[in-house]
Design a protein around this ligand. Structure first.
Ligand code: BGC
Length: 752
C-alpha cells in the first residue's frame, strides 16, 4: 500500500480533469504545479548528483547560470572508487541535509549509467563499468539522501551511455545485455532502496524513446521490480506526451507551458486516453509530493564548514593509488618538495554541465600544504592545455632543487563535460611533455591526477608514483596533501578499467554510432568482462588500488560444496593487515562460470565486495552470502535468470587481475522449462541435461538410425563420441523431428 493512499484517493477524486493533467508537467524549470484549492503544494527539484545546484535566478540544465552555494562532494567516478557503502550513505545523508535546508524536495541523482566507453563525456558523473558495484553504491546513496526525507531521482533510465546525439540516438541493445549490464544497477537500486523517483533518459531504446517505452517504464520497472515511485523525464526528453503517459511516465520536466497538459485533456475527451491511466499517474504524483513537505521538514542552516571537512575525508577515501614504486609515498614532511602544475593551485574538482556546483569553498594542494617546505611552479599555462617554454624551464629547475616533485596533472574542463564525448584518451600534449621533462631530472616524480575518466599514461614507466584523485570535490587539494604525506592512507579501488589504448576498448568499433543508431555490439562484454575474457593487457585493471600498508588474504571457506535453488552459500575469508600502518582493503569476490560456458559468459563477474579497516596486525573475517542468482545469466528465450548446473570458481582478490584465493562450488539447479523454438538444437538439450528428450528424439529419427545402425568398419569413417556430440549438437530440433508438430516436440521436451 502506498504511504498516503487514503489522502491521495481523496485528493484525486476532488480534482478536475484539467487539474489532473496540470500535475503531469512542471510549473517552470525546477518546480511542479500546485493545486491551491486542494492545498496541494508545488515542490522543487534540483541537481545532483554530488552537490546541490539550486537555482533561484535564471534556470538552465547545462550548468550555465549561477546556483546557490553548496558543498561539492567527490563526483560519481570518485565516489564509486571508494567501494565503501557506509561512506556513500554518509555523503548521501549530507546531501540530503543540504537539500532539505534549501527546501528541495527531490535531488536529481544518483547518475548510474554504465561506463560503456571511457570516452563518454559524462563518465565523471557515473559510477562504474560494473552494474553490481554501481547498483550497490547507488543504493547506499539513495538510502542516505532519503533518510533525510528528501527524494532522489535515479538517472538516466536507460542505455544512455554517450553524449553524442544523446537526445535522439537509438541504443540498440539485446535483452540479455540490457538485463545483465544496463538495467542491472537500476534493478538493484530499486529493489534495495526504493527511490522516490526515476529519471527517464533522452535517448531511444531499440526504436522507442525511453520516456515512451512501456516495457522499460511499466513492465520491467513497476511490474517486475516493484517500483512504486514516479518517473520524471529528463529535461526536455518528452517526445509524445500522451504516449509517454500511457507508457508510465508521470512527470514531464521542465514546464511545457500548458501545451502538453492540454494534449492530455484532449486525449481523455476524445477517448484515446483512458482516464484511469491519468488517475494512476496522478495518484503516484500526489503520493510523491506528500512524501516530502519542505515546509514541515525544513531543518534550518546546515554546517557548511563541517560538510567541507567531510568532503575532504571522503575525497581521501575515494582516491586510488595506482603506482607507488619503492614506497616513494608517503613523503616526509621535512623534505623540500616541488608542487608543479596549475592544478596544484586550482584543482579541477568537478565536471561541466548540469552537475556543476557553486562550491562554498575551494582548497588547492599548495594552500593545504602551506606549513610544509613546498615550492611551486606552474609548468604550463593556467588553463592546463597551453605550453610555455618559460614555465617549463621554471618547473624543471624547481624539480631539480627539491627531493621530490609532485606534478598535478589532469584533464582541463574543455576536455570532458556533459554534452560532448572525448575522442581520445590523451592528456594535453603540454602536460605529457612537462611530466617527461620533470621525470628526466627528478627520479622521485609523483603524478597526482584530476580527471573524470581514464587517461593514457605514456610516461608511466618514468615516474615513481601515480595518485588518481578523480574530480574529488571542493576539498580535493587538501585530501591530496593528506594522502601524499601519509595523514591518510589510500584505500580506493578503480571502479573502471584503465585501458592501454582506445582501440582496445570493447565498444571501440561501435561508439558513438552513426548519429541515428548506436549498436551495443560488444553485448555483455563491457569493461573488465571484455578485457578479462580476452586476456588482454590493460594499463590498470578494474578493482586495482594500492595502500601504504599490506594485507594478507587467507582461509577461504565455503559453507557447502554444493548449492541448489533456494539455498544460500556462505563464503568466508580472513584478511589481515600485515604492514605497519592502519589501512583499509577491499575484498572483492568474483565468480567464474564452468569452463564450457565461457564462450558466451564473461570470464568472471564481481558478485561481492567489502571494505574493511584494520589496525596493523589486526585480522578480520569477511563474509559473503550468495544464492543461485549470483551465478545466473539472463536467459532471453525463457525470460528468466538461470544458473546452469556445473562447477563454478569463487575468486577472492584485490583487483580483477589479482586473485589471491580460489574455491569451487557445484551448482545443482533445475533448468527452466525449455520452450520449443525453431532455433533450439540437440546441443541445447545436452547442455540442459535433458537426456530423456534427447534420447526420444534420436530414437524416433529415421535419418539418424539409418546412419548409425551399421557400425563403421573403416577407421576413417568411425565417429568418436565427441564428434557425434558436436555434429548432433548443431542439429535444430525441427530438422531431426521433421514429421512432428510444435506441440508434439514440446511434449518431448517436457520429458526433461
Ligand atoms: C541532465 C540531467 C539533469 C537535468 C536538469 C539534463 O540535461 O541530463 O541529468 O538532471 O538536465 O538539469
Amino acid at each position: 500500500m502506498k504511504q498516503y493512499e487514503q489522502q491521495v484517493k481523496k485528493l484525486v477524486s476532488q480534482m478536475t480533469l484539467e487539474e489532473k493533467a496540470s500535475l503531469c508537467s512542471g510549473a517552470d524549470f525546477w518546480n511542479t504545479k500546485a493545486i491551491p484549492r486542494l492545498q496541494l503544494s508545488s515542490v522543487m527539484v534540483s541537481d545532483g548528483p554530488h552537490g546541490l545546484r539550486k537555482q533561484s535566478g535564471p534556470a538552465d540544465h547545462l550548468g550555465l547560470n549561477d546556483s546557490m552555494e553548496a558543498v561539492c562532494f567527490p563526483a560519481g567516478s570518485a565516489m564509486a572508487s571508494s567501494f565503501d557503502r557506509t561512506l556513500i550513505r554518509h555523503i548521501g545523508q549530507l546531501l540530503g541535509e543540504e537539500a532539505k535546508s534549501e527546501h528541495i524536495h527531490t535531488l536529481l541523482g544518483p547518475a548510474i549509467n554504465i561506463k560503456r566507453s571511457p570516452l563518454c563525456g559524462r563518465n565523471f558523473e557515473y559510477l562504474s563499468e560494473d552494474p553490481y558495484l554501481a547498483g550497490e553504491m547507488a543504493s547506499s546513496y539513495v538510502e542516505g539522501v532519503q533518510s533525510q526525507d528528501v527524494g532522489v531521482s535515479v538517472k538516466h533510465y536507460a542505455a544512455n551511455n554517450q553524449e553524442y546525439r544523446r537526445m535522439s540516438t537509438d541504443s540498440t541493445v539485446d535483452e540479455r545485455t540490457l538485463r545483465e549490464i544496463y538495467l542491472k544497477a537500476f534493478e538493484i537500486t530499486v529493489r534495495n532502496s526504493r527511490p522516490w523517483t526515476i529519471m527517464g533518459a533522452y535517448n531511444r531504446l531499440n526504436g522507442t524513446y525511453c520516456c515512451e517505452n512501456e516495457w522499460l517504464l511499466t513492465t520491467v520497472l513497476r511490474e517486475e521490480w516493484g517500483f512504486d515511485g514516479i518517473v520524471m523525464s529528463d529535461w526536455g526528453a518528452v517526445n509524445n506526451r500522451v504516449r509517454a503517459l500511457q507508457a508510465g511516465l508521470n512527470l514531464e520536466m521542465p514546464a511545457s507551458d500548458g501545451l502538453t497538459d492540454q494534449l492530455i485533456v484532449d486525449a481523455v475527451k476524445d477517448g484515446s486516453l483512458d482516464i484511469t491511466v491519468l488517475d494512476n499517474a496522478v495518484s503516484d504524483l500526489v503520493n510523491w509530493v506528500l512524501k516530502g513537505q519542505p515546509e514541515t521538514s525544513f531543518s534550518g542552516e546546515y554546517d557548511k564548514a563541517l560538510h567541507h571537512e567531510e568532503s575532504r575525508k571522503a575525497a581521501a577515501q575515494c582516491a586510488v593509488l595506482l603506482k607507488n614504486e619503492a614506497n616513494i609515498l608517503p613523503l616526509s614532511k621535512r623534505n623540500t618538495v616541488a608542487f608543479i602544475g596549475p592544478f596544484a593551485k586550482v584543482p579541477r574538482f568537478q565536471g561541466g554541465g548540469s552537475s556543476h556546483i557553486h562550491a562554498s569553498r575551494l582548497i588547492g594542494a599548495v594552500e593545504a600544504a602551506k606549513t610544509l617546505p613546498v615550492i611551486y611552479a606552474a609548468g604550463v599555462e593556467a588553463d592546463g592545455e597551453t605550453r610555455s617554454e618559460a614555465l617549463l624551464s621554471e618547473a624543471i629547475s624547481a624539480a631539480k632543487q627539491a627531493t621530490a616533485a609532485v606534478l598535478f596533472a589532469g584533464l582541463p574542463e574543455s576536455f570532458e563535460s556533459e554534452g560532448y564525448d572525448r575522442t581520445h584518451l590523451e592528456l594535453p600534449a603540454c602536460q605529457n611533455e612537462l611530466i617527461e621533462a620533470v621525470a628526466a631530472v627528478q627520479p622521485n616524480t609523483i603524478i597526482v591526477l584530476h580527471n573524470g575518466s581514464p587517461v593514457a599514461m605514456p610516461w608511466l614507466d618514468h615516474v615513481a608514483a601515480v595518485l588518481e584523485m578523480y574530480l574529488g570535490g571542493q576539498a580535493v587539494g587538501a585530501a591530496a596533501v593528506d594522502l601524499l604525506y601519509g595523514d591518510a592512507n589510500p584505500c580506493g579501488k578503480l571502479a573502471e578499467t584503465f585501458p592501454l589504448r582506445i582501440e582496445d576498448t570493447p565498444s571501440y568499433l561501435n561508439f558513438p554510432g552513426d548519429g541515428q543508431t548506436v549498436r551495443y555490439g560488444e553485448g555483455v562484454f563491457v569493461g573488465y568482462r571484455w578485457y578479462d575474457s580476452r586476456h588482454m593487457k590493460v594499463l590498470f585493471p578494474f578493482g586495482h588500488g594500492l595502500s601504504y600498508t599490506t594485507f594478507a588474504f587467507d582461509q577461504l571457506s565455503l559453507s557447502s560444496e554444493t548449492l541448489t535453488d533456494g539455498e544460500q552459500l556462505t563464503v568466508r575469508i580472513s584478511i589481515k593487515n600485515t604492514g605497519l600502518l592502519a589501512g583499509s582493503e577491499v575484498v572483492q569476490l568474483y565468480i567464474a562460470p564452468p569452463e564450457k560456458q565461457l564462450d558466451y559468459r564473461p570470464a568472471q563477474e564481481l558478485k561481492g565486495f567489502e571494505k574493511t579497516a584494520l589496525q596493523p596486525g589486526a585480522e578480520k573475517t569477511v563474509t559473503f552470502v550468495l544464492d543461485t542468482r549470483a551465478f545466473a545469466y539472463y536467459r532471453s528465450s525463457n525470460s528468466c535468470w538461470y544458473a546452469p548446473s556445473g562447477c563454478y570458481e569463487l575468486r577472492i582478490g584485490n583487483s580483477s587481475r589479482n586473485i589471491l584465493c580460489r574455491a569451487s562450488v557445484t551448482l545443482k539447479t533445475k533448468p527452466p522449462r525449455l520452450i520449443y523454438s525453431e532455433s533450439l538444437t540437440m546441443g541445447d538439450l545436452l547442455e540442459h541435461g535433458m537426456m530423456n528428450a534427447f534420447g526420444a528424439l534420436l530414437q524416433d529419427n529415421a535419418l539418424f538410425n539409418a546412419n548409425t545402425s551399421t557400425p563403421a568398419t573403416d577407421e576413417n569413417t568411425a565417429l568418436t563420441p565427441e564428434m557425434m556430440e558436436a555434429m548432433l549438437g548443431g542439429l535444430p530440433l525441427h530438422a531431426i523431428a521433421r514429421n512432428k508438430t510444435r506441440e508434439e516436440i514440446q511434449k518431448i521436451l517436457d520429458l526433461g
